[in-house]
Every structure is written in C-alpha cells, then in structure tokens.
Ligand binder design. Structure first.
Ligand SMILES: Cc1cc2nc3c(=O)[nH]c(=O)nc-3n(C[C@H](O)[C@H](O)[C@H](O)COP(=O)(O)O)c2cc1C
Ligand code: SF4
Length: 485
C-alpha cells in the first residue's frame, strides 16, 4: 500500500477510560430513532469483505462465524460486506443476484439475531462493479489480445502489412516507442490490465447501465428483505459503478454525467426504484465518498449537495467514506488485477499508522461534518454515519458531540476487538484490545485471503473446534471475551 512520504509513526491509544456513569450519560450509548432507522445506540460496524463466501457467492459456515462474532459484541448495526447484485461470478464475495442466494442470507440474519440477542440491526451493502482484468504478459498482449487498429498501422507505417507482421514488430519495440503508438486505453490495458469505466459509451452494456441498474438494485433489495435483513446500504462509494457515476470524472453525455445534477441522477433513480420495491419500514441508505481524493474528483460542495438530494429523496441514512479509487492505484504485477486501495486515495480510505502530519485518525471528520451541517441547514435530520480510525471512547463521543456524525462506524477497531463497543458499554473499557492500524488485515484483503487480525489470529490455537484459515496458520475469528464479572 502507498504511504505518505513523511512516514511519521502514529500510535493508537485507548484514550481516557470512561466509567459507568459517563457511559450512561454518553451520546454514544444513547438510542437513535430517526425515521425508519432505529438503533439501540450509536455504534455501527461498517462493511468489511472477509473473503469467506464460496467461489460462487454463497454464504459459508465461515461467513456465519465471522458475522456471528461481530454480533456477539452487540453493535447497534452491522453491515454485511459489499454483496454483488448481478448473477455473475465474482470470486468468494457474497452475492444476492438471484433467489437461490436467499436461504444462505436468511441463515446469516438468524445467526446475527441469535448472537446479538436481537439487539443488532442487520444491513447488507449492495454493490455493482464493472469488468476488470489482470495485467497481461506484454508479449502475449501484443501478439494476441491487442486490437490492431488502422491508427496503429498508420503510426507504424505498416498499412498494408499482414497482421502477424504488425504484431511481431510491436513486440520488438521498446516501451518508450510503444507508448507513442498505442492509445491511452490500449497502453493501460497492457501495463495495468483492462478496466471498464462508466464513460465507455461505445460499450452497449455500459451505455445501458442507467436502464438496467435500478431494477438490479431493487431486486437485490427485495431479496435482502425476504432474507430478513432490516435494510440495505447502497454502495455508492470507492471504486465501483455507482461511485463512478457520482464522480467528478464522469463525463457521460447521455444526461447521466457532466454536471452534478446529471451525475446524481442515476444514484437517485436507483434509490427510488429500491424504495418502491421494499416495504415501508425497510431501511434504505447509501454509503458514498465525502472526498474522492483523486484529481478531478467531485469537490466537497458537490458532495454536500448530493447528500442534500439524497436526504430530500428520503434516504434513511448517509454513511460517508473516503477515497479508495482505481484512478491512482498502483500498477499491478503481471497476472494480477489493479486494486483500488493501493494508491494515495486508497491510503485515505484505510490510512495506517505510518502517516503524515494529519495522522491516520479522523481524516474524514471535517468533510463529514461539513456534509452533515449542509444537510441540517437544508432542514433534513437524516442520520450521518461517520468513520475513519475511530478506536476509543473519547474520539467516538467527540464525533457525536462535535457535529461530525450521528452514529460512529469503526471497521478495523471492531475487527481487532469485536466486543469493544460492548466492553465500553458494560464498564470494561480497560479490557478493550486497541487496533494498531498496521493494515495487516488490509494486506490479506488485497490478496483475497481470508481476513483476520494480527492481534488475535495466532492466539489460543488449541481451542476445541476452532476454524483455521486455508493456510492452516490463523484462527478465523477472534477468541471469546473472558469476562471478569
Ligand atoms: C478488510 C476490509 C474490508 C473492507 N471492505 C469494505 C466493503 O466491503 N465495503 C465498504 O464500503 N468498505 C469496506 N472497507 C472499508 C471500511 O468499511 C472502512 O471504511 C475503512 O476501513 C475505514 O474505517 P476504519 O478506520 O474504522 O477501519 C473495508 C475495510 C477493511 C479493513
Ligand atoms: S490487523 Fe488488526 S491491528 Fe492491524 S489494522 Fe487490522 S484490525 Fe487493526
């Protein structure tokens, strides 16, 4: 992962430990009831892909154990990982693009209900993504996959030559010459792997996204409701299709790109179709980026305006994330696909302890606060979910009391200690295991390996019935909290 040049070492800390009186008076542990969103307190575990589904997207026992373990810590809300809405293969990520996935998801909901004693609301994050391919071997690309266009022939002065001679010649050229001959996308396909964009209007299935996506999302939401989920989170963040529609880089010329009014159009159409497809008390919110953190990304005033439009349309919550784009991702190795969390914007999404002068904690707070303030000034009370490096009570409570957010989401801290909210709530703040923001978990995610935390994955390995990772070295869920009272 990319790291800021300063490489200042930041250390997470448990902060000031609250006593039971302070917890009882706290905003963090006060209920939130706003519209359809009813939470027992302000604690939230955001989506985290654990790479535990079957290759064809079904829920496994390992998924049940993973989400069950978070539920045992009784967060007010638990968001199931980014789950594919299409009926197409996507590796060991959960899928919801067909009714055959419903029984597995039903089991997931039951497990979360059982483990949390019914205290945790279950939401599932619905995602659509475009095609991406692995970086090819240079010679294989030039001799087999590249479309030998008239422009290439002209640039080589080989208009009448047979195709195999053109390919042979291309293979013999050094990169410096080749870069001047291939167009930008061909060069990208060779050096980083082919990747579709929402602006690829020459591709019929990309042009038709505004026609097909609303129903795909709506069908997925209906299945989520059938499976017993309390709601869905529309994934409008990071590097994926819907975020690309909102992005300042979206230049589509069909009324779904360009101005902010056009960029927000499909996200609103998707929301309205989803809303109409589910029951009146089913929660529908969205996760989107307060800041894209890439060149030409949407400016913050546009994002605040999107948020206001989402609130006006009746979304039940707005969850704000940051960065995580393909635009500045690291060049992948041959045979690997580009990964959106490897560049500076990826760092902004999941900053680690080696950081710059701003540090890895709360990098999204000021942008989130501005978005929230804008919605409030427009007269909407829609709850805002804030995240980013939250790992202790002081910060979480401060976020709520200083107008950053209405609900506190903690991803890595909840992975480091799935009981941490419960420990705070029950007066055991001193027992919280604090995340060190090493991003060992994120490294596993990047390699599509089962995600675990280095603070516990080698502990108590002789525990009876323990599930281990495929490499046989790591336990897959955190050990149980051995309460002292
Ligand atoms: C292993 C891992 C998987 C993640 N998967 C998702 C995901 O599926 N959807 C999503 O919106 N964010 C995902 N995230 C980002 C987190 O939800 C969160 O926004 C980010 O980690 C910053 O919060 P934190 O500092 O509390 O970890 C993932 C993060 C991690 C560490
Ligand atoms: S591996 Fe554990 S300690 Fe390291 S960042 Fe991930 S959750 Fe935190």
């Amino acid at each position: 992962m990319w790291k800021p040049a300063q490489r200042i070492k930041w250390q997470s800390s448990p902060g000031r430990l609250p006593d039971t009186d302070e917890i009882a008076r706290s905003t963090l542990f006060s209920p939130l009831e706003r519209g359809r969103l009813k939470l027992r307190n302000r604690t939230w575990v955001p989506a985290m892909v654990p790479w535990r589904a079957t290759e064809d997207g079904f829920v496994t026992t390992e998924n049940l154990d993973w989400y069950g373990r978070f539920a045992r810590g009784k967060p007010a809300a638990l968001v199931i990982e980014a789950t594919g809405i299409r009926d197409v293969p996507s590796g060991p990520l959960l899928r919801i693009g067909h009714d055959r996935f419903i029984p597995g998801l039903e089991k997931l909901v039951e497990r979360i209900r059982d483990e949390s004693g019914g205290e945790t609301r279950v939401f599932i994050q619905l995602i659509d993504f475009l095609a991406i391919r692995r970086r090819p071997d240079r010679d294989k690309f030039l001799s087999r996959f590249l479309d030998v266009t008239a422009d290439i022939r002209e640039a080589l002065d080989m208009t009448d030559a047979d195709e195999s001679s053109v390919r042979e010649h291309l293979c013999s050229l050094p990169d410096e010459s080749l870069e001047g001959i291939l167009d930008e996308r061909q060069w990208e396909s060779m050096t980083r792997g082919y990747r579709e964009r929402v602006t690829d209007m020459h591709l019929p299935h990309v042009r038709e996204l505004p026609t097909v996506l609303p129903d795909l999302f709506a069908d997925a939401a209906r299945r989520a409701e059938t499976a017993g989920m309390h709601g869905v989170e529309l994934h409008y963040a990071h590097a994926y299709t819907m975020a690309s529609f909102l992005s300042g880089t979206n230049t589509r010329d069909d009324g779904y790109g360009g101005s902010r009014e056009h960029r927000v159009r499909l996200p609103l159409e998707v929301f309205r179709t989803v809303r109409d497809a589910v029951s009146d008390d089913f929660v529908v919110g969205a996760r989107f980026l307060a800041e894209e953190c890439v060149e030409d990304g949407s400016p913050l005033p546009d994002v605040a305006w999107f948020a206001t439009e989402f609130a006006r349309a009746g979304m039940d919550f707005l969850s704000l994330s940051r960065g995580g784009k393909f635009d500045d991702a690291k060049q992948p190795r041959v045979g690997q696909a580009a990964y959106p969390y490897t560049g500076p914007s990826g760092y902004e999404c999941m900053p680690q302890y080696l950081s710059d002068e701003f540090g890895p904690f709360g990098r999204n707070f000021s942008a989130t606060a501005l978005v929230r303030r804008t919605i409030r000034e427009a007269g909407f009370t829609t709850p805002v979910i804030g995240a980013g490096g939250v790992h202790n009570f002081e910060t979480a409570e401060g976020m709520l009391n200083n107008g950053v957010a209405d609900v506190v989401a903690a991803a890595r801290q909840s992975l480091a200690d799935p009981d941490w909210f419960l420990k705070l709530e029950t007066g055991h703040a001193d027992a919280v295991r604090t995340c060190e923001y090493t991003n060992y978990c994120e490294g596993l995610d990047q390699k599509h390996k089962q995600v675990t935390c280095q603070l516990w994955d080698r502990d108590d390995l002789d525990e009876p019935g323990l599930s281990m990772s495929r490499d046989g070295r790591r336990r897959l869920v955190a050990p149980s909290w051995k309460r002292s009272d």
